[in-house]
Each structure stands twice: as C-alpha cells, then as structure tokens.
Design a protein around this ligand. Structure first.
Ligand code: NAD
Ligand code: USQ
Length: 380
C-alpha cells in the first residue's frame, strides 16, 4: 500500500511517516520545508537538533520504504499533480498546513499566508484528484478547535450533532456548529466544508481527525537514532502549552499560564498521533458521501492543572499572565473519542509519567534554548 504524506517533515508528520513505513507502507513525503523556514525567519529553531531532510530520509531507510519530494502544494499545483500522477497513492495523509494559532494572529501578512496556504493546499489536493479520477482515502489533520471548547451541547460528539428541529419536530443530524478561536482554527473549519463538498459531489472517502494539543517529542521510532529525532517547539508562537510548561519548569523560567489557567483543552501524546493516523488510514468511512470524523484526543485538562502538576514535580514557579488571547477564562470541556477507541486506540495519558522523558530531552538540549523567544508576541 502506498501512503503519500503531505507535510511529512513536520512535528506530527515525521513520526507518523516513520510509523506508516514501519508498518509496511511505501511512504512518499511531500513537504515545502516552510516550517523550517519560518523557524529561521522568527529565530525559533527546534530545541532538538533536527537533521536535514536528506539525512532524515537516509536514516529512515532502515525503518522502511520512505522517500521525499519537495513541493509546495498550495503554490505549485503543476508539480503536485505530477507527484499524484506518478505515485498513485492508496492513502493521502494531509498535515501540510500552517498550524500555529498565535502565528496566524500576528498581523496582516500572517493572516493572509495562513488562509492562502491552508485553504489553497486542501482545495488543490481534492481538485487535482478529481481531475485525475483518483480516489485514495484522504486522512486530514483537523483540530478540536473547530468546535470551540465548551459543553453547550453536552459532550462534544465526533463531527455531527443529533438535534430535533423546533419548527418541524424532526430529528436530524447536522455538522457540529463551528466556533473557531483564531485565523488558523478558522482555516480548519473551511477545510472541513471543502472536504464535505468533495465527498458529497465526487464520492471521496475522507477522514477528518479533530486532534487535540499534541505533547511529547519522541516516539518509539524517533528515539532509536539521533538522525530521526523529532522537532520540539517551545517558543511563544509554535510551542504548545504542555511542552512549553515542561521546558519552562526545567530551565527555571516561571511557567507562563495565561489568565487564570482555567482553559480546558484536549491533549494527545505524539506517539498516539502516529498510532491514530495509521488506525484512521486503515479504516476509511463506509459511506463516501460524508466526511468521517474522529476526535483524536486522549484526555482533557485545564492549563492550571498542568502547571500545578509540574510545580509539584519540579517546584517550578507559576507566573499567571494577562491572557494575550481572546478566549473564555474558564470553560468546561467533555469530548468523545469513541471512534478511534472502537478501532483499538488505547490512549497514553499523563499518568503514564511521560513528562519525565520530555524533561530528559530538555535537559540534554538545554544549551540550545533561547530564553528570548519564550514569550508570545501575538495578541488578539
Ligand atoms: P508542523 O508545522 O510541524 O508541520 C507541518 C508541515 O507541513 C511542515 O513540515 C511544513 O513545512 C509543511 N507544509 C506547510 N504548508 C505546506 C505547503 N503549502 N506545501 C507543502 N508542505 C507544507 O505542524 P504539526 O504540529 O506537525 O501539525 C501537522 C498538522 O496537524 C497540521 O495540519 C495541524 O493543524 C494539525 N494539528 C497539530 C496539532 C499540534 O499540537 N501540533 C494539534 C492538532 C492538529
Ligand atoms: N496557553 C497558556 N500558556 C502558554 C501557552 C498557551 O496558558 O504558554 C493556553 C492558551 O491560552 C490556550 C491553551 O493554553 O488556552 C492552548 O494553547 P496552545 O498554544 O497549546 O494551543 P492552540 O493555540 O490551541 O493550538 C495547538 C496547535 C494547533 C492545534 C490545537 C489543537 O498549535 O495546531 O490545532 O493546539 S486544539 O487546541 O485542541 O484546538
């Protein structure tokens, strides 16, 4: 089976590509290396010394059949088409988007770039596949943030809500109302609409993984060889909250809890991202007229709880800051992950003590840390 992995050089894409290759897939990574470029532009290299894509691929040959093609899927539809024609994928996994909410809110240029890149890339993929009459199962990485983060309709279901229409008293199933909190999250809502249309009109089999915040850095494969090491972002724009707090607690930087820390969010470990992507890839929807949605999450915590847990482990100080983001100070969140669990997903949780592994990685590469990039510059 052939898996085309768009964005396979990134934080989630790299370990997922390796996991697919280790499980017998012929993998072709397509990436424009824009994440590495943004790192250079805003001076925030990965804490871990990730290798060049060439060196990564050379080391990955020991894991399985894995290759790389440079292509910007948003800006170079001609080359992208050639790749799709030549590779004839059975599965396409689509990670290739600008994924930082704070980055997308920095200013005019970043708003436009995020929308142009994410929406055009997704539409290019489906439009070209339509033109070529190819129908691989497409697995798209979406986000929990499409739902907003509240329990207004009870536990958040997987993409669809069963309601009774007041006017007709009819029971219907509707796509869960979207409620994005940033330009980045907005692009994921738009992606979802694009995919619903392609599924309805051209019968694509599509799975949208509404993923929570990913934590951790290494997986059982990336930790086997320094040349396979995964990226680790800790800066104010690309670092996600748990990884940031772990780094801060290790290096004596007061932990940056925004507002009261009462924000509840869903989390998943990077190892589970790779496992869930494979599970989803192997289980396409039976019905091709609508997008299958799985909530790719393991557990829900408040930011305050995470900071307190790290304080208890390390004694690190918590610094409550004015929240730079427009979001509710406190929220309740309950999320179903029944779909992936029914396929055999057994979540890794914080109780498994994996923050200790991250602390070890941070300690190993602490000399590479730049404290001046820890605070976030984005305000909205
Ligand atoms: P990342 O930035 O590390 O990886 C994205 C990769 O896509 C990068 O290698 C980048 O160079 C590439 N890319 C971007 N635009 C491209 C284009 N036009 N053409 C070709 N390649 C392009 O991000 P990540 O953390 O690995 O996230 C991957 C996906 O998972 C994203 O779509 C993101 O929205 C989603 N996701 C991530 C998280 C998280 O916590 N990291 C949580 C939920 C969902
Ligand atoms: N937060 C802090 N302190 C920090 C950083 C963040 O308190 O130092 C808070 C934020 O205010 C927010 C929460 O922690 O309430 C999560 O922030 P985050 O930066 O970890 O996550 P977010 O911006 O939502 O985006 C990340 C990924 C994105 C993915 C999303 C999943 O960058 O790609 O889609 O998590 S989710 O949050 O479930 O929508």
């Amino acid at each position: 089976m052939k898996a085309l992995v768009l964005g396979g050089d990134g934080f989630c894409g790299w370990p997922s590509s390796l996991h697919l290759a280790a499980n017998g897939y012929e993998v072709l990574i397509v990436d424009n290396l824009s994440r590495r470029l943004i790192s250079e532009k805003i001076s925030t290299p990965s804490l871990t010394p990730i290798r060049s894509i060439e060196r990564r691929i050379e080391a990955a040959q020991k894991i399985g059949n894995i290759r790389f093609a440079y292509c910007d899927i948003a800006k170079d539809p001609g080359k992208f088409k050639e790749i799709l024609v030549n590779f004839q994928a059975d599965i396409v996994v689509h990670f290739a988007e600008q994924r930082s909410a704070p980055y997308s809110m920095l200013g005019d240029a970043e708003r436009k770039y995020t929308v142009d890149n994410n929406i055009t890339g997704t539409n290019n993929l489906f439009s070209t596949l339509t033109e070529l009459n190819q129908r691989p199962h497409v697995v798209h990485l979406g986000t929990m943030g499409v739902y907003g983060y509240n329990d207004a309709f009870g536990e958040i279901p997987e993409g669809y809500l069963n309601i009774t229409v007041k006017q007709t008293q009819k029971d219907v199933t509707i796509p869960y109302p979207v409620n994005p909190g940033s330009i980045y999250h907005m692009t994921k809502c738009l992606d979802h609409t694009i995919m619903q249309f392609y599924a309805k009109n051209w019968g694509f089999q599509i799975t949208d993984l509404h993923q929570g915040i990913v934590w951790g850095t290494d997986t059982d494969i990336t930790s086997t060889d320094e040349d396979l090491i995964n990226r680790f972002d800790y800066d104010g724009e690309y670092g996600t909250v748990l990884n940031r707090l772990v780094v801060q607690s290790q290096v004596g930087y007061p932990m940056t809890v925004y507002g009261t820390g009462g924000q509840s969010r869903a989390f998943i470990h990077i190892q589970d991202t790779a496992r869930c992507v494979l599970l989803a890839a192997e289980n396409p929807p039976e019905e091709s007229s609508r997008v299958q949605v799985f909530n790719q999450i393991s557990e829900v915590h408040t930011v305050r709880h995470l900071a307190q847990m790290l304080h208890d482990q390390t004694g690190a100080e918590i610094a409550y800051q004015d929240n730079p983001r427009r979001e509710p100070a406190e929220n309740n969140l309950r999320v179903s992950n029944a779909g992936l669990c029914s396929l055999g997903f057994e979540p890794i949780t914080l109780a498994d003590n994996l923050t200790k592994d991250i602390l070890a990685t941070v300690s190993k590469y602490e000399h590479r840390l730049d404290r001046s990039v820890i605070d976030s510059r984005a305000r909205w």
